[in-house]
Design a protein around this ligand. Structure first.
Ligand code: NG1
Length: 424
């Protein structure tokens, strides 16, 4: 694929009349296992995708943030950088930029705004974390404009807390993978404190990511469904902590799982909890165990076990956590039929994508089977250029200084632009 940055920077020049000074890249991600566990501080195992968001920027002299998007669905937005920023209406894309800007103004004192032009190919509302790619990219742009250097794990924690501005009580997985991902690796992410371990992906494994064509729009009903899951997990934990044996073991999901073990914890939960709280709790502890086993399977190169854990994860998300959708169930079933070793919904669910593990030799068969038996019978929106892809584990977000080609030949012209003598 040709380098997309020169074209983006040329469009920036057209729009703002001056060269950008830097380009930020922030990838989407696919979570391999550990779903809906990050907000309970239980580990997750995602990898970054080759799909990414790109943002060309130039710092301004004032506190204004001016955002343009090459996708006309996302109209221009601008706002003033401040420690308390009034949100745009709920669901507005500009709120992800405000989220990052507000927390950096509050906790790092940034004051200088920037002009930005954005493009990307992470499909929105697909469970591939387009929202965090956007907030992380805006956060990095803001940090760059203010010459602020923050260590990636600290920045990930800031961005995760910042993103709650949009009203989703999310965990910290997306920002952590976006900022810390490593090419050819999955990342085991643990929380509180945030820490990451890069685990190499066997070269013969392929992860196929397939869109259900159902949007999981977390600014609408899916947001309420997501937040209610988190509240139910907190309620289940409170109930469990009323049992002296449980309270003696700790106060958080990871502590209880580590000290009591899944079996004992499951037995106590079956006595103490019922209905939805029992289901949610059961998913948390079983998924927590699956992540630990999946990590071992990954290290051992044991694709069968990893696939089986993905299947079990999907069953738990569908039955106990109730976040699947008939179209996701169908994708998962078809992927397995066409040679995948395991498959599951990925991301928050309610629509969005499924992920399937296949051996290299079988990946194209899985893709072809899905095309034939899923996509051929459905209308695929043109905006979704390619609804199924073989994921390439990619590097995390980066900020790259932009030196236009002519600047290398005519340094004087660049100097003028850098002194702000362009037509802003
Ligand atoms: P997606 O699927 O990208 O909306 C959400 C949360 C994650 C995590 C997963 C479920 C946000 C920004 N991210 O991701 O923190 O809880 O769901 O595992 O809301």
């Amino acid at each position: 694929m040709s380098d997309p940055l020169p074209a983006l920077c040329a469009r920036f020049r057209e729009r703002f009349g001056v060269e950008p000074s830097a380009v930020v890249r922030a990838p989407g991600r696919v979570n391999l296992i550990g779903e809906h566990t990050d907000y309970n501080d239980l580990p997750v195992l995602p990898m970054a995708l080759q799909r990414e968001l790109r943002l060309a920027l130039r710092p301004r002299r004032d506190a204004r943030v001016v955002l343009c998007n090459l996708d006309p669905t996302f109209g221009p937005r601008n706002f003033e950088l401040a420690p308390a920023i009034e949100p745009f209406p709920q669901g507005d894309w500009g709120n992800y930029a405000k989220a990052a800007a507000q927390i950096l103004a509050r906790e790092c004192g940034v004051q200088r705004g920037f002009d930005a032009l954005i493009e990307g190919d992470v499909p929105p509302a697909a469970g591939l974390s387009s929202s965090s790619a956007l907030s992380v990219a805006c956060g990095l742009a803001c940090a760059h404009a203010n010459e602020l250097a923050v260590e990636p794990l600290v920045f990930a924690d800031l961005m995760a807390r910042g993103e709650r501005y949009v009203g989703t009580h999310s965990g910290g997985m997306d920002q952590a993978i976006c900022l810390n991902a490593r090419a050819d690796h999955a990342l085991r992410i643990a929380f509180h404190p945030l820490r990451v371990e890069a685990v190499p992906l066997p070269s013969s494994w392929r992860f196929v990511v397939a869109h259900s064509l159902v949007l999981a729009d977390k600014s609408g009903a899916a947001r309420e469904a997501y937040n209610s899951r988190r509240a139910q997990c907190a309620a289940a934990l409170r109930e469990m902590l009323a049992v002296p044996e449980v309270a003696a073991a700790g106060a958080s999901y990871p502590e209880l799982l580590e000290r009591l073990g899944a079996e004992r914890l499951g037995w106590i939960a079956a006595q103490r909890l019922e209905g939805v709280l029992l289901q949610r709790f059961r998913h948390q502890i079983s998924e927590g165990m699956r992540v630990a086993r999946a990590r071992q399977a990954l290290i051992a190169g044991d694709a069968e076990t990893f696939g089986q854990l993905m299947d079990e994860s999907h069953a738990s998300l569908a039955l106990d956590y109730e976040v699947s959708h008939p179209e996701l169930d169908r994708l998962v079933e078809l992927a397995r039929c066409h040679g995948a070793l395991g498959a599951r919904l990925t991301g928050a669910g309610f629509g969005g994508c499924a992920v399937a593990l296949a051996r290299q030799a079988d990946a194209e068969r899985v893709v072809a089977g899905l095309r034939r038996e899923f996509y051929a019978a459905r209308a695929v929106p043109a905006a979704l250029a390619e609804p199924v892809l073989v994921a390439r584990a990619s590097a995390g977000a980066s900020v790259q200084l932009w030196r236009p080609a002519h600047a290398r030949i005519e340094p004087a012209a660049t100097d003028r632009a850098e002194r702000g003598e362009g037509a802003r």
